[in-house]
Design a protein around this ligand. Structure first.
Ligand code: NAP
Length: 326
């Protein structure tokens, strides 16, 4: 990269919940972005960008496809996970896929001379007996950091925004069930973050050289249990809900039940539900000084997400979707 010239950016996962939003954010900041997606025809952009993005087909499980995607790129965002599917017999397959995907990416990045990489993974400490999903997110971070590119690793708990898997599970459950019997893990502490703030951090790191080659916990302004988060959702929507944690729960049966009630497939519900037992709270706060921003509180984040569900992406937020009283 020439001195002072803007970095050439590769966005993996550009069709995902975070990736697509980050594309609009980077575009608004004036960057030109190359999107890597498995199926270019599926990249559906709800409203136009300032600069037409370059779109390349690339699959992290197909090493040959990565050479083209990384050619001439200085900085890459890694916003990919492999959870999914409806068959719970396959529920552990994502760990190996994510391992292979990260290794393929590091090999291709080393060959192409990538200098910087920014990855968004999950909060949770190995010492807390973390779930396979969270453990896999940490492993991917380690693999990505083992390459020649300097890796910035951001770790987040559940992200509150329209279309996010965790948020959608909560939305459908609270909207549809007046009484909820949940595993006792709903009392685990977590530090959810608004999707707007995740974008602030992802984009902010690009402009903050001090964040290069380091790991940061990112979180919203409140530490609260999942039960409290669901109660906040109910309050925002003006709904009366009873949320009760019970000691005995069959994970497989409840996963199928949640997948029935919500649009999220069981291959995502199961690993996320297993992760609820792990506290997901920021253990360090260095990012707050390095990338200063206004943190959005959870009721406002829920309200923003509901307004987007109602009005469509990128539309001005109306308060009509919410029943917040001052
Ligand atoms: N959502 C949250 O609440 C949350 C919380 C904490 C951390 N995170 C982290 O944020 C990152 C992005 O998550 P997200 O919520 O945006 O997920 P998402 O909406 O499910 O998007 C995942 C993306 O990964 C892509 N992908 C999967 N396998 C791929 C492969 N083999 N090759 C290329 N691309 C592949 C998918 O592409 P296709 O479009 O082709 O399927 C999709 O665009 C992940 O690292 C996740 O751990 C998310």
């Amino acid at each position: 990269m020439k001195p002072n010239s803007p970095p050439r950016i590769l966005l993996t996962g550009a069709n995902g919940f975070i990736g697509k939003r980050l594309l609009y954010r980077l575009d608004a900041m004036g960057y030109s972005v190359r999107c890597m997606v498995r199926s270019p025809e599926k990249l559906n952009l709800a409203f136009p960008l300032e600069n037409e993005p370059e779109v390349v087909a690339g699959d992290l499980l197909d090493p040959a496809s990565l050479k083209n995607a990384l050619h001439g790129i200085d900085t890459a965002y890694y916003l990919v996970h492999s959870m999914g599917g409806k068959n719970l017999r396959e529920r552990k397959a994502f760990e190996e896929r994510d391992r292979v995907a990260a290794r393929n990416f590091v090999n291709a990045a080393d060959q192409s001379g990538l200098s910087r990489l920014i990855y968004l993974g999950g909060l949770g400490e190995a010492t807390d007996n973390i779930s396979p999903h969270l453990s896999s997110r940490q492993e991917v971070g380690k693999i990505l950091a083992s390459g020649n590119a300097a890796a910035t690793i951001l770790r987040a708990a559940v992200i509150i925004g329209a279309g996010g898997a965790g948020f959608e599970i909560m939305r459908y459950l609270v909207e549809r069930l007046p009484v909820m019997l949940c595993p006792k893990w709903i009392y685990t502490q977590s530090q959810p973050i608004a999707v707007e703030n995740v974008l602030d951090y992802l984009a902010g790191c690009l402009k903050t050289p001090e964040t290069t080659g380091a790991t940061f916990d990112i979180g919203g302004p409140e530490v609260l249990s999942y039960a409290d988060l669901m109660r906040k959702y109910a309050r925002v929507r003006g709904l009366k809900r009873y949320i009760i944690g019970v000691p005995f729960f069959n994970m497989i049966l409840s996963t199928y039940w949640v997948a029935l009630i919500t649009p999220v497939p069981s291959g995502i519900v199961f690993p996320l539900a297993e992760g609820l037992r792990t506290p997901a709270v920021c253990r360090e706060k260095r990012i707050i000084d390095l990338v200063p921003l206004q943190l959005v509180d959870m009721e406002q984040a829920i309200c923003n997400a509901l307004a987007e569900e109602e009005n469509g992406p990128g539309q001005l937020i109306s308060q009509q979707a919410c029943f917040l009283s001052e």
